[in-house]
Design a protein around this ligand. Sequence first.
Ligand code: SF4
Length: 332
Amino acid sequence: MKSEARAAVFVPHLGCPNDCVFCNQRAIAGVTVPATPDDVRIAAERVRNAGADNAEIAFFGGSFTAIERGYMRLLLEAAKRELEKGGFSGIRISTRPDCIDAEVLGELKAAGVTVIELGAQSMRDEVLVKSGRGHTSEDTRRASALIKAQGIRLGLQMMTGLPGDDDEGALYTANELVKLAPECVRIYPTVVLKNTALADMYASGEYTPQTVGEAVSLCVRLVRVFDGAGVKIIRLGLQRTESCENDVVAGAWHPAFGELVYCELKYEAMRRYFAENPPERGGEYAVSCGSAGVSLFVGHNRRNFARLGDEFGITMKTDVSGAFPEGTVRRI
Ligand code: SF4
């Protein structure tokens, strides 16, 4: 199997003029050291030395083309130097939809940027306004078209549980993002962090966050939309970081959120099988899976097998022999 790797450089948008209600960049501004060209070189060398088959240099932080232009160029030049040394297939950045125009795209392309991820967050304008995003759904459509016209690969990010949003709104957003034909998406349930406007809205009762369970159920439906359209989901839920662990006030935070969603999808598939093929009560059944998939079928804390047992009166086991295709259920 081919190995993939990213030389990741975090570029916080210090002094960002926007007011996204969920963002705590301002709170961390005083303690965050801006990434330097040397950080790019060090991150690239580390990944190059590890010898991955497919490696990218990736600038994370969400506002790459909104940072001070001279600083952006310094980072890009450093990344381009690393590209020229070899070992990397390209550069990935993420930015806001309203910070993309033909001029900056030309600079990015010349520097070797191959993937741009846009923080769309929602395609409902009233949700974007309530969330203080400062851009519209039309900005996302326009920027996506410009990126694709430049021959740069497109990634899109969306959030669930934003102020004013609901399940139907999130499904609408997913379907609108599919129309923009991205190569990949990231889905982030909203998490209320300390020192944010959202934390104040939560404290005053103005905002009710999604629970983990609600976000999992919704994301199961979103996964089906993107899978059905052939769009790769490269992230589900916030990455586990020290900041998350310490700063979460409320919302759909779970360190293994993506796994919860994929466990639920496996549960639904097995449940559907037994609904269509009623099992013998008291019987033992096995589901075939590779050893890597065992935890997904069994479920978090064996929850999937426990629920099937309660509902159908059966005992479930896994079969990792490889004798049957993954997901095959049979009586044992
Ligand atoms: S999330 Fe919003 S407020 Fe935070 S850095 Fe990005 S654009 Fe600025």
